[in-house]
Design a protein around this ligand. Structure first.
Ligand SMILES: *Cc1c(COP(=O)(O)O)cnc(C)c1O
Length: 444
């Protein structure tokens, strides 16, 4: 497999773009080597500029849940673009997508669109603070909520001290109201609420953290976050930018039966275009400008082309239940069950195959999975939080990553990223992946 054209492009990119990339993980620094450049993607496949084909488990970091270049999304984008790419004044598609989201996600009564997940998280924090008139926020180590100043935090020396900036350029003053706690540890949350009575505006959490690999909430953990916030007059903020419309039609909150006060979205709702959103209880959402005192805005928010892509993606995932939003047909959950059942089936197939592959190669692997999200950690110990994830053997991961890439299988180029499956992946794709993994793991 040669990547001559990619190498040329990367050399040129390094001259004009810092690190040669527009988002750091794409530079392959965590695995070594150079990124490949993609100029075409369809279904479960991407092709690089040298003509190499890969089965893709990155899927643009989650958005391509229907596979790449889904014909319904392409048609919707083309049709919308014909009528103009941006108006800066309300357009009907914003209303349609907002209504669909309110219908699909149980806790969402009103929604505001943004252009990225980062903006959604930044805004939801401001809204929580404005609504509660409190300043402090709890976040969890290993959860990522975009590159928001006050959330780029690593834990302080003790769990009850405020976090330190995790990036140059973030003043310590900007993180002094952020508490960083370990995930899956209810006691730590209780202690923080005890130590800062009446000061904590809310907890922001990825209900299923997918930005340090993937680990799942322990039974009762999300419920405890709901109970503690409610008992203390604080808000529960679910960052469902990754899990929304992926883990179930109503996201992780439907899958785990928890009702957050506010939620953030992105990735899947943009159908591959740049979209974010946040929504929740109407009483809280109505605190946003222009009706309320919490300022939030966006020149391209609710962009008609992006809305068209998002509407097409959700319609395709959920079938006629969404067509009812246009008054065309009575609601039916049949097709939505098909999409999510298919993702679940493919996920289970991959999980079983990967466990077999690791077992027969005698390699210690924790294969964590939730629906169509997964991660393989190279450790013998279960992974429930960031500290556990850090025990994974990263040299092994590097070899595994490059081994799989040379087999034509593209996994995220970092141990600390989740993998994604689309409805366009076939059972044959999964079988091929598992066979490749068995070969690669024997070489580790
Ligand atoms: C991707 C992601 C974000 C940031 O979204 P961007 O569109 O990259 O700004 C925020 N939160 C979570 C959980 C994410 O996975």
């Amino acid at each position: 497999m040669t990547r001559v054209q990619s190498e040329k492009l990367f050399a040129e990119a390094l001259e004009y773009i810092p690190g040669g990339v527009n988002s750091p993980v794409r530079a392959f620094r965590a695995v070594g080597g150079q990124p490949f450049f993609v100029n075409k993607a369809r279904g479960s496949r991407v092709w690089d500029v040298d003509g190499n084909e890969y089965i893709d488990y990155v899927l643009s970091w989650g958005p391509a849940i229907l596979g790449h270049a889904h014909p319904k999304i392409i048609a919707a984008v083309q049709a919308a673009a014909e009528d103009g790419t941006s108006f800066g004044i309300p357009n009907p598609r914003e209303v349609t997508l907002a209504r669909m989201m309110c219908e699909l996600v149980p806790s969402v009564q009103k929604v505001r669109m943004t252009s990225s997940g980062t903006e959604a998280c930044m805004s939801v924090i401001r809204l929580a603070r404005g609504f509660t008139r409190r300043d402090k926020i709890i976040k969890f180590d290993g959860c990522y909520h975009g590159h928001v100043d006050s959330l780029l935090v690593k834990a302080g020396s003790g769990a009850l001290t405020f976090g330190h900036p995790d990036s140059a350029g973030v003043p310590a003053a900007f993180t002094q109201h952020t508490l960083a706690l370990p995930y899956n540890d209810t006691d730590a949350v209780e202690a923080a609420f005890d130590a800062h009575k009446g000061q904590i505006a809310g907890i922001i959490v990825e209900p299923v953290p997918g930005n340090a690999g993937l680990y799942l909430p322990k039974p009762g953990y999300l419920e405890s976050l709901r109970d503690i916030t409610r008992a203390n007059g604080a808000l529960l903020l679910f960052d469902e930018v990754m899990t929304g419309f992926r883990l179930a039609r109503g996201g992780a909150q439907e899958r785990f039966g928890i009702t957050p006060d506010l939620s953030c979205f992105g990735k899947v709702i943009g159908g591959g275009l740049p979209v974010g959103a946040f929504g929740g209880r109407a009483e809280i959402m109505d605190c946003l400008a222009p009706g309320g005192p919490v300022y939030q805005a966006g020149t391209l928010s609710g962009n008609p082309v992006a809305m068209a892509a998002g509407i097409a993606a959700l319609e395709e995932l959920n079938g006629r239940v969404c067509e009812s939003a246009h008054g065309k047909a009575p609601p039916s959950r049949e097709r939505s069950q098909d999409s999510y059942a298919r993702l679940e089936m493919l996920g289970a197939l991959l999980e079983a195959g990967m466990r077999d592959a690791a077992g027969s190669a005698g390699v210690a692997v924790q294969f964590n999975r939730c629906g169509s999200m997964f991660c393989a950690y190279f450790t013998g110990e279960p992974v429930h939080n960031l500290a556990d994830a850090m025990k994974s053997d990263r040299d092994r991961f590097k070899k595994y990553f490059h081994g799989m890439l040379n087999e034509g299988i593209y996994l995220a180029p970092s141990q600390f990223e989740a993998g994604f499956i689309s409805t366009a992946h076939s059972e044959a794709d999964i079988e091929k992946t598992v066979k490749a993994a068995a070969r690669v793991m024997r070489q580790l």
